[in-house]
Write a protein that binds this ligand. Structure first.
Ligand SMILES: [Mg+2]
Length: 217
């Protein structure tokens, strides 16, 4: 059995993280709307140039617009990003501990550099055989890994994600992937309806119970 686990809102409390991340900027004199503005300005520019979000580049945008101690802000961002363990949901280590490292894959959607920093700070890297950060659809990543890592055809493949569109797409393209829709009360998208999935769970403990009960191998 191979398990693909999404990062934001499944392993990591992305909502709390983002609020606290914005607070780092606030402590340095940047309001929430200034944060959002510079974030989107940077995102747009980065996208046009084929680059990814990087908080340090955002600091550069802010520096041009505001009188701030940009060096201190950059230092505060580094300090904040260095320890993100408190944003990892409490049931994560227990869940991952049930399985072998060789069977676990972390797949995350987003800006490579920033996601990498979040994953590193969270301390969960050690549980996974591989980490894939991509803006591609999850099912495409899974198919690619199945091929590259030579999965046996009779092995169960599980995807745990909070985004309905990713699960629906996976169901459509590869019915054999067992999909878990994660609806944590703390999740940013937990109120979105998923129209195609195998199981809906509120946490990883529940997911572990189903995997065990169904005897997935
Ligand atoms: Mg997610």
């Amino acid at each position: 059995m191979k398990i693909f686990v999404d990062f934001d809102d499944v392993i990591f409390n992305a909502k709390r993280f983002k609020n606290d991340f914005i607070r780092v900027f606030a402590r340095n004199g940047i309001t929430r709307s200034e944060f959002e503005n510079s974030y989107y300005t940077f995102q747009k520019k980065a996208q046009m140039e084929g680059r990814y979000y990087d908080p340090k580049k955002q600091v550069e945008v802010l520096r041009r617009r505001n009188r701030i101690d940009h060096e201190k802000l950059a230092r505060d961002i580094d300090a904040f990003m260095s320890d993100l363990e408190k944003y990892v949901f409490r049931d994560v280590s227990n869940f991952l501990g049930n399985f072998k490292k060789k069977d676990l894959y972390l797949i995350s959607y987003g800006h490579v550099k920033h996601q990498k920093a979040k994953i590193k700070g969270s301390g969960v890297r050690k549980y996974f055989k591989k980490v894939v950060i991509s803006k591609d659809r999850k099912i495409n990543i899974i198919k690619e890994v199945i091929r590259k890592d030579n999965f046996s055809p009779n092995e169960s493949v599980i995807l745990i994600d909070d985004r309905p569109e990713q699960l629906e797409r996976a169901e459509k393209e590869r019915k054999s992937v067992v999909t878990f829709h994660m609806c944590r009360p703390e999740g940013r998208y937990s109120d979105l309806i998923c129209t195609a999935m195998d199981y809906e769970v509120k946490n990883l403990k529940e997911a572990a119970g189903i995997i065990k009960k169904e005897g997935m191998k």
